[in-house]
Design a protein around this ligand. Structure first.
Ligand SMILES: [Zn+2]
Ligand SMILES: [Zn+2]
Length: 259
């Protein structure tokens, strides 16, 4: 069995300082592929460097919507350059976060659109971060519909109804440990309607350890297995069958994952 953690932040201090241990524990638990996501230029560069060190590790690069207010034309130019690297398999995470509101909505919308333009130019899939901004996120994606087709809503915590809208657009959905939390009935209802050929798994580590490991302060890719097991029960199928299907989906979405 082989699983891919499609969204982790392995360059963040808590994980980076023990990266060999993190990767070893991950492999032992059957999680043998990683997409490490950079959230600013410094981490985008680090993500590419780290991906060069490990087989089956790739990078996604972007400037997080939280930092939209810091984005300049020069930063976007640098991002565009980094996107040329063969280990970069996606643009993201980008989108809108109206929950924390760390940047003005106007700045977030502008920066999101710029990321979509880069994805279109480089023919890369897009990882969406969306909080309390579902309709506007879909609206902006609609504007780029002809040039940006591969889109995943990461850390999905919307309703089944919203999941259906995402699926109708032809987009993908990925679930974190949130789906295992006791109060996450809505997310579980959404997970039920997502077919495996559109579903991916992610830890979003170092944040949000899944149950029953929620007390583990620093989440890591090895814990992806708990999210997989949880969804296997929800979907009433075997772990092997489930793992094969979601790994195929991840490879198709980000693929070809082979450098
Ligand atoms: Zn996110
Ligand atoms: Zn993230």
């Amino acid at each position: 069995m082989e699983l891919i953690d499609t969204h982790c932040h392995l360059t963040f201090d808590d994980l980076a300082q023990d990266i060999d241990g993190v990767i070893e524990r991950s492999r032992q638990s059957g999680v043998t592929g990683w997409i490490t996501v950079g959230t600013d230029l410094e981490h985008n560069k680090k993500a590419i460097e780290l991906a060069k060190r490990f087989e089956n590790m790739y990078a996604a690069i972007a400037i997080h919507p939280h930092d939209a207010k810091t984005v300049t034309a020069d930063k976007m130019r640098q991002l565009r350059e980094l996107a040329q690297h063969p280990k970069v398999v996606a643009i993201g995470e980008t989108g809108l976060d109206y929950h924390y509101d760390f940047s003005l909505h106007e700045d977030q919308r502008r920066v999101f659109a710029e990321h979509l333009k880069i994805a279109a130019e480089c023919n890369l899939p897009v990882i969406i971060h969306c909080r309390k901004a579902f309709e506007e996120t879909i609206q902006i994606l609609d504007e780029y519909r002809d040039s940006v087709e591969k889109v995943v809503f990461h850390c999905f915590s919307g309703s089944a109804e919203q999941a259906k809208i995402v699926l109708d657009k032809g987009y993908y959905i990925s679930f974190t440990g949130v789906v295992t939390f006791k109060n996450a009935e809505k997310t579980r209802a959404a997970a039920k309607v997502v077919p495996l050929d559109r579903l991916m798994l992610e830890t979003d580590c170092p944040y949000m350890s899944p149950e029953p490991m929620r007390k583990q302060k620093v989440n890591e890719p090895a814990l992806l297995i708990h999210i997989a097991r949880f969804l296997v029960e929800l979907k009433e199928m075997s772990l092997t069958e489930f793992a094969q299907a979601v790994t195929d989906t991840s490879s198709t979405f980000f693929g070809p994952l082979r450098h």
